[in-house]
Structure formats: structure tokens, C-alpha cells
Design a protein around this ligand. Structure first.
Ligand code: B12
Length: 431
């Protein structure tokens, strides 16, 4: 208790000394460990594995994977350019069944900037037009009265504006206006405040402001940046996270760009850093997208730095992790209860799996045992649960993962590892 008191006192003193959001130097070994978890991705060059977020995260970090990064970007280019351009010509392209979404196209554009490239030429112009068309569609879906919702999400809407901005492509006031209105009227999120979405909107606005774009909206943009920053600061948990552990990296990216200053900001960021470091020790960061959003922060960088990135900054070469084989003990069997109560015919079953299994393993086993069916869709964050017992989540619905009775999981089916005796509920909810 005395230690904690002294520690909080120290934080207060440090916070008072630094009144901007700064993340002090982080142990490079810790960063290397995180970077190493991304290395397997660098070898996966097939369409379903290519992940522009991973590339952006590495390039904005203090570590590198040498020539593999070049190859990776080349594969990204081949895939995204060919797919998008071809699918613009014909909707039924057998090679490109899933046309990249607005968000993925935006991340691809961020990846180009992370390599200090501007989108160029005829093909480049068409990609930019494609992204602008996506945003126009979303604007129409939100509607004149702002009562509608984007087909994707305000997260992807913000990402789209950010991507155009770092490529020095101006976007029309009325496109920016939709995101401004959503921030001003608390419409970024449906049910509860999403720190990730607010942070992404804030990063997009910060880019517009730094680039002196949309001068007529300058005042609104400045106020919107302040609004999201204040809300994110208010969302800090007693442990120090902004929202939860996984929204903290993007939140920090935004707060680090902040023109705001004050002891409160400095202390809040230090507290978040301490909480993040503790979660790193606990192995919370396994997911590639999450690592890719965190690495820039540990290198004092944000997505806004993609306006003019430093591509010559020295970075430490990553060595493949030396794997120590775990001691094989008798694999213990645990029981996890799986329940689906939100359907007419409820399902509840204890599923025996090996200790350390993921929730996805539990679903597979339940399917094998009979009486349980489900479907997933690949996403950048991993397999996303789309349908349970034949019931597909509709528009603005999703299959929520909860620890019974009511605690939403903070990880997806591939990453979450239930404990013995735990009950997991899959619940169809609106968002
Ligand atoms: C928007 C969003 C949602 C929307 C997605 C629907 C939509 N039309 O956009 C909704 C509200 C439905 C949602 C649901 C969930 N989400 Co979510 N979501 C996000 C958010 C804000 C943006 C995702 C995005 O657009 N990325 C950009 C595009 C380009 O990438 P993409 O791969 O093409 O995007 C798709 C996937 O990300 C997928 N998706 C969304 N969330 C999740 C979560 C997981 C684990 C997976 C595998 C996929 C997935 O939906 C996107 C649109 O199709 C991120 C924030 C972030 N920091 O990344 C959180 C985030 C990814 N979600 C998260 C979580 C935990 C979930 C849930 C597991 C929550 C729960 N307890 O049920 C569920 C998924 C359950 C399932 N069925 O598998 C965490 C993941 C943390 C981690 N360790 O990986 C994040 C980081 C939020 C957070 N800070 O906690 N989410």
C-alpha cells in the first residue's frame, strides 16, 4: 500500500513536470518482443493474410524486418491495386471475390505513406476516386438530417478522411461536415462511447488542421479535436486505460498530437503508459492489429506523422524469436459452458477442451459434438463470428461475446482463452 502511495505521488510529480502527453522511453527488448510477434505476418503474402495495418505499425515503430518489408509492400500493392482497379471494371472478378472495404483501402494508402510514397499516376487517381466514392456513399447513408448511419462505421469514415489527408488530397467540406456533426452531437457511437472511434476521428481532424485543409471549418475542427480529447480523458479507468486496454494505443496516439497541455494531460498519459506496460507483461497484446496500433506509440509516433514520415530513421533489426519448447505435461481437460440464449431455441452445453484452448477451439468442439453451428468471416483482426445456429447477424447487429452473465469479452474468438468452469454466452445484439 505504501509503495502504491509513493508510486502515485511520483506519477503526480512527473505529471506536473511534463504537462504534455509524452511516453517516456520504453525498454527496447519489450518493443522487440512485440515486433517479433508480427514477423510471421511478413511471410504470409496470400490475399487473406495481407494486412496493411501490420506494415504501417512496423514502419512507424523503432524496429524493422529488413528486406521482407519491401516484399510485403510489393505484395500489398499488387493485391490492392489489381483488386480494386479490376473490380471497378467488373463486379465478378474471380480473383477478387472480396473487394477491399473503405477501411482496408484507407489502411493501404497509409501503408504507402509509411514508405514515404504519394499515390501517383492514373491508377493512383482511380484509387483516390474510389475512396472518395466510398465516403460519398457513406455520406448519403448518414443522410441530410444526420439521422442515418454509415454502412461501415464512423471509425472507417475517420480512417478514410485521414488516408486522403496524409496523401494531401482535400476532401469536400460536406464530407468532413458529417464527421464534425457526429462528434458535436455525440453520434459517433450507437450504444456507448467508443474511444477507438473518437480517437480515429480526432486523428483525421488533427491531420486536416495541420495541413491547413478546409479553412472554412477550421474553428469547428479545432473544437471537435478538443471535444474528443476531453471525452477520451474522461473515459480513463481507475487502472489507467482510456476505454479499455485495446483502445488505449489509439487514444494515446491522439493525445500525443494534442495542442492541449496541462498537468492533468501529462499525468493521465503516464498513468496509461504504466497500465499498458503492466498489460504487456501479462501478454495482453497478441493480436497483430492491436500490436500494430501500439508500436507507433512506443516510438513516439502517430498516424498523423504520415503527413511527412521519416523513412530514414534508424530502426533496430528484429531477430526471429528463439522458441523454447514448453515442457509437455499431461494436457489437462477443462470444461467451458457455451450458451446461446437470445434465440427461440436456447442452447447450453458444457464443452470439454484442452486447457489453454481458444474460444474458437471451444466453438469447433461444440460443432463436432453436434447441436451447434456457427460461421466466421476473416477480418484483419482475425475470425469474426457472423452467424450462430444458422442465424446471421443483420445490418447493425452482431454476435456479442460475453463471459456470463454480462461481461463483454475484450478479445475475439481466436485470441480469448477461457478458464475451467467459465461460461461463455453468444448474444445477438444491435449496435
Ligand atoms: C467498428 C468495430 C466493431 C463493430 C464492427 C461492425 C462494423 N460494421 O464495423 C462491432 C460493434 C460489431 C464490433 C464488434 C466486436 N468487437 Co470491435 N471494433 C470495431 C473498431 C472500432 C473498428 C474496426 C474496423 O473497422 N477496423 C478497420 C477495418 C479496415 O479493418 P477490418 O478488419 O476490415 O474491420 C472489420 C473487423 O475489425 C471486424 N471487427 C470488429 N471488431 C472486431 C473484433 C474482433 C476480435 C474481430 C476478430 C473482428 C472485429 O469488423 C470490421 C468491419 O467489418 C475496432 C477498434 C480498433 N482499435 O481496431 C474495435 C475492436 C477491433 N473490437 C473489439 C472487440 C473486442 C469486439 C468484440 C469481440 C466485442 C464483443 N465482446 O463481442 C465484437 C466482435 C464479436 C464477433 N462477432 O466476433 C476490440 C478487439 C481487441 C482485440 N484484442 O483484438 C477492438 C480493438 C475494440 C476495443 N478497444 O476493445 N466491433
Amino acid at each position: 500500500m505504501r509503495h502504491l502511495g509513493a508510486f502515485l505521488f511520483l506519477l503526480g510529480v512527473l505529471g506536473a513536470l511534463t504537462d504534455i502527453c509524452e511516453i517516456p522511453e520504453v525498454d527496447i527488448q519489450l518493443v522487440e518482443k512485440l515486433g517479433q510477434r508480427l514477423l510471421p505476418w511478413m511471410d504470409r503474402l496470400s490475399r487473406e493474410h495481407l494486412n496493411p495495418s501490420v506494415y504501417v505499425g512496423l514502419r512507424l515503430s523503432s524496429v524493422q524486418d529488413g528486406t521482407k518489408e519491401k516484399l510485403y509492400l510489393r505484395s500489398l500493392k499488387l493485391d490492392y491495386q489489381q483488386c480494386l482497379l479490376r473490380s471497378a471494371l467488373s463486379e465478378n472478378d474471380s480473383d477478387c471475390q472480396a473487394k477491399p472495404s473503405m477501411g482496408r483501402l484507407s489502411l493501404y494508402l497509409l501503408a504507402l505513406r509509411a514508405n514515404c510514397e504519394f499515390i501517383r499516376g492514373h491508377k493512383g487517381d482511380r484509387l483516390i476516386s474510389q475512396l472518395k466514392r466510398f465516403l460519398e456513399d457513406e455520406k448519403r447513408a448518414i443522410g441530410h438530417n444526420h439521422k442515418g448511419h454509415p454502412h461501415t462505421s464512423y471509425y472507417q469514415y475517420g480512417l478514410g478522411i485521414l488516408a486522403l489527408c496524409v496523401h494531401q488530397k482535400r476532401v469536400h467540406n460536406n464530407l468532413v461536415g458529417k464527421l464534425l456533426y457526429a462528434v458535436e452531437h455525440d453520434r459517433l457511437h450507437q450504444s456507448h462511447f467508443s474511444v477507438d472511434t473518437a480517437a480515429m476521428a480526432g486523428l483525421a481532424f488533427t491531420c486536416l488542421k495541420r495541413s491547413n485543409f478546409n479553412p472554412d471549418q477550421r474553428h469547428r475542427i479545432t473544437m471537435a479535436i478538443r471535444t474528443v480529447q476531453e471525452k477520451i480523458l474522461k473515459a480513463q479507468t481507475p487502472e489507467g486505460y482510456f476505454g479499455n486496454v485495446y483502445s488505449t494505443p489509439l487514444a494515446l496516439q491522439l493525445l500525443m498530437t494534442s495542442p492541449m497541455s496541462g498537468a492533468e494531460l501529462g499525468t493521465a498519459c503516464l498513468k496509461a503508459k504504466v497500465a499498458l506496460l503492466a498489460s504487456l507483461q501479462d501478454g495482453a497484446f497478441q493480436n497483430a492489429v492491436m500490436i500494430s496500433q501500439l508500436l507507433p506509440v512506443l516510438n513516439h509516433k502517430t498516424y498523423v506523422d504520415l503527413i511527412s514520415p521519416d523513412c530514414l530513421a534508424p530502426r533496430v533489426m528484429l531477430e526471429p524469436a528463439t522458441t523454447t519448447l514448453p515442457q509437455i505435461q499431461d494436457p489437462e481437460t477443462i470444461n467451458v459452458t457455451l450458451q446461446v440464449l437470445s434465440l427461440l431455441q436456447p442452447y447450453r452445453q458444457a464443452i470439454p477442451v484442452l486447457a489453454g484452448s481458444s474460444l474458437e477451439d471451444v466453438l469447433k468442439k461444440a460443432h463436432m459434438l453436434g447441436g451447434f453451428i456457427y460461421e466466421t468471416q476473416a477480418s484483419l483482426s482475425g475470425p469474426y463470428l457472423t452467424s450462430v445456429m444458422g442465424k446471421e447477424a443483420g445490418k447493425r447487429e452482431f454476435w456479442q461475446l460475453l463471459q456470463a452473465p454480462n461481461t463483454p469479452l475484450q478479445q475475439g474468438i481466436a485470441d480469448y482463452r477461457p478458464k475451467d468452469g467459465e461460461a461463455i454466452e453468444l448474444r445477438l445484439v444491435s449496435w
